[in-house]
Ligand binder design. Structure first.
Ligand SMILES: [Fe+2]
Length: 461
């Protein structure tokens, strides 16, 4: 087993580099690199050796694959092109741990990552160490001809690794939820006997939402200083900054809660065909969906799987593990009695967040589960825009005006996925705070729901 398992105590990381903090010196880059790489290993500390190789569905990757793939990224995009004399760790790792980069070469099928008993977990930790040593060698070269590219790609690689850290947690949750023993990833202060609980009724007096009004007009959205300089990293899909025309709109002060979503379930929402998009209804029928992913009835109470085991559904927390299809059906159901209610566009969501402080129930809280808002009913502004749950918008994931994907592997990172997916905004309880921005565009297929995905409503006025 890895050495880190003995050294660290299963604690989730306390980020030291805050959002937008600049990375100005070589030492900053090295510290940043070490911290992010170490974070991935911290997240795996609670795992047993048998947990590392499991793949429970095509979208889920085994934890050991995440650990290796993130190292492959540095090996392939930095060490091979820029570290003269670098010898790759293993010639076939280039196939095993390439995810989808066709311009780099062939790769092992995504849905068969769980059949790889070798390389062993120990071997993958040795691979990580080997890559880290070579990366330190590369990052300490002061007069490298391609120094700016090296820094830019390193920062991209670290953001890529942070994306995989989020996937590590959502994939571990799916792996544990697929096991009838319902293993616990991490104990926390929420652990209690869920069978003792008697109700799913809301208990927070401030749980009702209110509507916040925004005046429309010509607004700007998108990242204003794209590229990947250390000071201002963004993904290419967040730019260019451009103008959009917004009508007047309102945004709900909070995401839809479990209690509110339960009303939809109890009203027969999953059986009412006219609430659902055509593709959605096919999915609901085929998979017999009756509730969000991970929900199950225990002794007449709704419970769900969390990273700290089975828990009673918290009525006041934002509903999570919802597909876009379910979010859209819920919005349509509300719209029957409240005309004008709908899902927000990503432009509305981004405009509404301008000036908001980027803080919330993100990974650094260590809670790893969406929480009820801690604000009181006196809070009149937007709540929980960051953290807790990624929020589905109604916007298709596509290119902003003026966007062009780069030629080569870096252009494959985001650009080639601009088809048939939907944008989510705001980060979740497993997103690192220094990975997020108000312009950040996450995207998933509309049927997918193993991420911490929820939604808030918008309204025309
Ligand atoms: Fe990746």
């Amino acid at each position: 087993m890895s050495q880190t398992k003995q050294v660290h105590n299963g604690q989730i990381i306390n980020s030291k580099i805050k959002n937008n903090q600049s990375l100005q010196t070589q030492e900053d880059i090295l510290t940043y690199y070490s911290r992010v790489r170490r974070d991935s290993e911290y997240l795996c500390e609670p795992l047993e050796i048998e947990d590392y190789g499991i793949q429970t569905m095509p979208e889920v990757s085994p934890p050991k694959w995440h650990l290796a793939h993130t190292s492959w990224f540095f090996e392939t995009l930095l060490l091979k092109p820029y570290n003269g004399g670098y010898r790759e760790y293993h010639p076939k790792f280039a196939i095993l741990f390439n995810s989808y980069y066709d311009t780099i070469g062939t790769y092992h099928p995504r849905n068969q990552r769980g059949i790889l008993s070798r390389p062993s977990v120990d071997e993958i930790y040795r691979y990580r160490k080997y890559v880290d040593n070579a990366m330190f060698e590369l990052l300490t070269q002061t007069n490298h001809l391609h120094q700016q590219d090296i820094i830019s790609r390193t920062i991209l690689g670290l953001n890529h690794e942070q994306q995989h850290q989020e996937l590590l947690l959502t994939d571990i949750k799916h792996i544990f939820a697929s096991n009838p023993l319902r293993p616990i990833y991490k104990q926390n202060f929420h652990n209690h006997d869920y069978k003792q609980s008697t109700t799913n009724k809301p208990n927070n007096k401030s749980s009702r939402i209110h509507w916040i009004e925004f005046n429309g007009g010509i607004k700007s959205i998108g990242y204003s200083d794209g590229g990947s300089s250390p000071r201002n990293f963004s993904y290419d899909n967040e730019g260019p900054k451009h103008k959009v025309l917004l009508e007047n709109f309102m945004l709900a002060s909070k995401p839809v809660s479990n209690a509110e979503y339960l009303n939809f379930i109890n009203a027969g929402g999953y059986q009412q065909v006219d609430l659902w998009l055509s593709d959605a209804w096919k999915t609901v029928s085929q998979h017999q969906w009756q509730a969000p992913l991970y929900w199950e009835k225990v002794d007449d109470n709704w419970c769900y799987m969390t990273l700290f085991g089975m828990q009673k559904v918290d009525p006041d927390a934002p509903v999570s593990h919802i597909s876009f299809y379910e979010a859209a059906a819920y919005a349509r159901w509300i719209n029957l009695d409240h005309p004008g209610v709908r899902l927000p566009t990503e432009a509305e969501w981004e405009f509404a967040t301008s000036g908001l402080k980027l803080e919330g129930n993100l990974r650094e809280t260590g809670i790893l589960q969406p929480q009820a808002s801690r604000n009181t009913s006196k809070s009149k502004g937007l709540q929980q825009m960051f953290g807790d749950v990624w929020e589905w918008t109604q916007s298709a994931y596509g290119a902003y005006p003026g966007y062009h994907a780069a030629i080569g592997p870096l252009g494959e990172y985001n650009g080639k996925f601009m088809s048939s997916q939907i944008v989510l905004r705001g980060g979740s309880c497993v997103t690192p705070v220094d990975h997020l921005r108000t312009t950040y565009r996450n995207f998933f297929y509309p049927h997918e729901r193993w991420q911490f995905s929820g939604f808030r409503l918008a309204k025309d006025f």
